[in-house]
Write a protein that binds this ligand. Structure first.
Ligand SMILES: NC(=O)c1ccc[n+]([C@@H]2O[C@H](COP(=O)([O-])OP(=O)(O)OC[C@H]3O[C@@H](n4cnc5c(N)ncnc54)[C@H](OP(=O)(O)O)[C@@H]3O)[C@@H](O)[C@H]2O)c1
Length: 274
């Protein structure tokens, strides 16, 4: 299952997993786009086992409904790729009243993964792949000011959410030790996708300039695909990958107290108790 599978890195990841013969679930927020992209993948790969499910992942009730839907419709979930994400230039609250970058980029990974753990556990050996970013090196994650409600800075909010992806990955890997479920994070590379295009006319206009040195989505998806299905990473968990290699993430990403505080805050904000 790949979230954010209607565009960019997520779309290529879903398509390439289907190409390798997997049954693939595209997770999308827009039903028309989901159907279109599913059909496109079936046509391109001749693999009929491609399905979709719908959720706006910034809304917790929809994440819960999605998890229920997956448990009802499927017997196995071998690989979950948490990929859906966005950059928000202006401060905005989610429907649940949480700063939207944090709600979508981190809390949806946290809540969806935890809700899907029963089916993922039942499918072990299984894998969880979290798409983060090297933007996390610029994070300044203050646990008490996580929601960025007062002094919103878009790059900071994005960087913080991507650090949260890695803290979550490492903490979950510790909690899943001995279960045959691996969980890893990655940076896809600076990739020409639709990211940021939700921020209006000016960003769209500057887009070719901003991404002039970006790699294409096929290249950007390589590490996600590698972590989802390569035998080389069997049993490897709790790592951060760039260009298909484990590398060191930022110093703070290894801080156990920060990871545990983030976990606790994420539980409080989602109402999920592990
Ligand atoms: N591009 C880069 O340079 C870069 C670098 C580092 C990390 N990343 C990370 O890579 C991941 C994928 O991004 P991308 O570059 O491929 O961007 P993208 O082309 O904009 O794709 C983002 C995907 O997320 C979906 N999405 C956005 N908001 C959603 C919501 N509220 N609910 C459900 N789905 C939602 C989008 O759906 P729609 O099609 O409906 O919009 C789309 O399928 C993100 O986590 C991003 O932070 C990207």
């Amino acid at each position: 299952m790949v979230t954010g599978a209607t565009s960019g890195i997520g779309y290529i990841t879903a398509r390439e997993l289907a190409h390798r013969g997997a049954t693939v679930i595209l997770c999308a927020r827009n039903p028309e786009k989901a159907r279109l992209k599913t059909d496109e993948i079936i046509q391109a790969t001749s693999n009929p086992n491609v399905e979709f499910c719908i959720a706006d992942l910034s809304i917790q009730s929809q994440v819960r409904k999605l998890a229920q839907d997956i448990h009802t419709r499927f017997q196995h979930l071998d690989v979950l790729v948490n990929n859906a994400g966005a950059f928000f230039l202006r401060h905005k609250l989610s429907q649940d009243g949480i700063e939207i970058t944090f709600a979508l980029n981190h809390l949806s990974y946290f809540l969806l993964t935890n809700l899907l753990l029963p089916i993922i556990k039942g499918s072990a050996p299984s894998r969880i792949v979290n798409v983060s970013s090297n933007g996390h090196y610029r994070a300044n994650l203050e646990i008490k000011n996580l929601e960025e409600l007062n002094s919103y800075r878009a790059m900071q909010a994005y960087a913080n959410s991507k650090l949260a992806n890695i803290l979550f990955t490492y903490e979950l890997a510790r909690r899943l030790e001995g279960t045959q479920i691996t969980v890893n994070a990655l940076h896809p590379g600076f990739t020409k996708t639709n990211i940021g295009k939700n921020n209006g006319f000016l960003v769209k206009l500057l887009y070719p300039l901003i991404f002039r040195k970006g790699i294409n989505a096929a290249k950007g998806a390589e590490t996600s695909i590698y972590l989802a299905c390569s035998e080389e990473v069997t049993g490897i968990s709790g790592k951060y990958f760039v260009k298909k290699k484990p590398v060191k993430s930022s110093k703070v990403s290894y801080n156990l107290i920060t990871a545990q505080s983030l976990w606790k805050i994420s539980e409080e904000l989602t109402g999920f108790n592990s």
